[in-house]
Design a protein around this ligand. Structure first.
Ligand code: HPA
Length: 248
């Protein structure tokens, strides 16, 4: 089964024909929201609102372990993660879609592993490919076949938030090789990897990163407006992907 995790601007999933909701208890507490099971264009999907059903959980307080554990528990194999991001790379414009293939983790203090219980052996998982290459390639192929424009191969800088970055921080992220900046890909991606789930992301450019726009400050309203614009393309991508998948 495919799960969609919705980020900023995607607390509900338009077009999902809701069949049932499930509150899943996990050893880590409750996920950000109930799981919404339904059909999207006739195909089975489950939706989780990363920031909660009413967008009240900031990135550093999301219970990433409960979210990923719950999805694995119900039999999810692939996660399509939607994320609003700022653009560092000038080629990436507002409302564009990006399928990142790498990330750099600048977060701190988040619960970021399942391998720390006294009864679990110390485990160092391979994370050289933070995003599932097969799923990402499927998404890029489907995008191309359906004339949906999506940037391949981007490095996602994951910052702690909830504040946005300083211009100097963005300059540093650019020197580090980052193309986009957001706050939630970690520890989400690594936790999915630890549980053997195939995790890919569709990032939507919501704003030029700090210091990169026309000098205006970045505001939430504009972010949400561009996410809404990009979301229609992200949904078209998801529909096209589901149409060619064997998801029930
Ligand atoms: N920085 C970090 N996270 C974000 C941004 C940004 O500019 N825009 C949307 N999420």
């Amino acid at each position: 089964m495919l799960a969609v995790i919705g980020g900023t601007g995607v607390d509900k999933f338009p077009g999902l024909e809701l069949e049932r909701r499930q509150v899943v208890q996990t050893p880590y507490g409750l996920p950000s929201s109930p799981l919404l099971y339904g059909r999207y264009q006739g195909k089975q999907v489950v939706f989780l609102a990363r920031h909660g059903s009413s967008h009240s959980i900031p990135p550093h307080q999301i219970n990433y372990r409960a979210n990923i554990w719950a999805l694995q528990k119900i039999g999810v194999q692939r996660i399509f993660s939607l994320a609003a991001v700022g653009a560092i790379n000038a080629e990436m414009k507002n409302a564009d879609l990006v399928i990142p293939d790498q990330l750099i983790d600048y977060t701190w203090g988040r619960q970021h592993t399942f391998f720390e219980a006294p009864d679990k052996p110390v485990t160092h998982i391979d994370f050289s490919q933070p995003y599932c290459p097969e799923f990402s390639a499927d998404l890029l192929r489907v995008a191309k076949d359906n004339h949906i424009v999506a940037h391949p191969q981007a490095v996602y800088a994951v910052t702690q938030g909830p504040r946005l970055e300083t211009s100097a921080e963005i300059n540093r992220l650019e020197r580090d090789g980052c193309d986009i900046v957001g706050m939630t890909a970690m520890p989400e991606a690594v936790l999915a990897k630890e549980l053997g789930l195939c995790y890919a992301s569709c990032a939507i450019i919501a704003n030029p990163a700090a210091g990169r726009g026309d000098g205006e400050s970045i505001d939430m309203e504009a972010i949400e407006a561009y996410v809404a614009q990009g979301l229609s393309q992200a949904q078209a991508l998801l529909v096209a992907y589901l149409a060619q998948s064997d998801n029930g």
